[in-house]
Design a protein around this ligand. Structure first.
Ligand SMILES: [Cu+2]
Length: 176
């Protein structure tokens, strides 16, 4: 009886220290795990992990203004944080307006001017790709993205939608 009582007394003496220790360890564990969370853009709201490339596109989709890329010719670009003049382009498809087309079909721009392009996708995912300028913006179905761009050099730039290029979703941008 007596040794058992002593054992209990010792336990009660050390109980507060034990509890404080457990609390301290718990805080440490929580603190450590919270710094190793997965970057937000790797997981969609539904919680399904998506590939890195697709997540970059998701990021672009939610950004109001990405950046301004000034085409300096010779393949180099310069980025600025300025919003340009609005220029909306619809990315049309059979589920929407009837055929695979850019709208407007005739795109005429001024050289050196910053444009804030709004790309509006109808019922399918489309791309706004100008290989000559290294532009490759993808828009998911029923989404709108915005990006700024200025063409430095006058000329003709072929604009294609990669998924629908063979179906005629090709046009030319004329920069004057
Ligand atoms: Cu398309």
């Amino acid at each position: 009886m007596i040794p058992s009582l002593q054992k209990n007394k010792i336990l009660f003496d050390y109980l507060p220290i034990l509890l404080v220790s457990i609390l301290a360890i718990s805080i440490l564990i929580i603190g450590c795990t919270s710094t190793t969370t997965i970057p937000q853009n790797q997981v969609e709201p539904s919680g399904i992990p998506i590939p890195q490339k697709a997540s970059a596109k998701t990021l672009q989709k939610t950004a109001d203004v990405l950046s301004v890329s000034i085409d300096l010719g010779s393949g180099s670009t310069q980025s600025l944080e300025t919003k340009g003049e609005n220029y909306a382009i619809k990315l049309m498809d059979p589920g929407g307006s009837g055929s695979y087309k850019f709208n407007p079909e005739q795109i005429s721009l001024s050289a050196g001017k910053i444009y804030s392009f709004q790309l509006i996708s109808e019922t399918e995912a489309h791309s706004f790709t100008i290989e000559k300028s290294g532009i490759d913006q993808w828009v998911e179905a029923n989404q709108t993205i915005e990006f700024n761009y200025a063409f430095s050099n006058p000329g003709k730039y072929q604009l294609i939608c990669i998924p629908h290029q063979t179906l005629g979703m090709v046009t030319e941008i004329i920069v004057q």
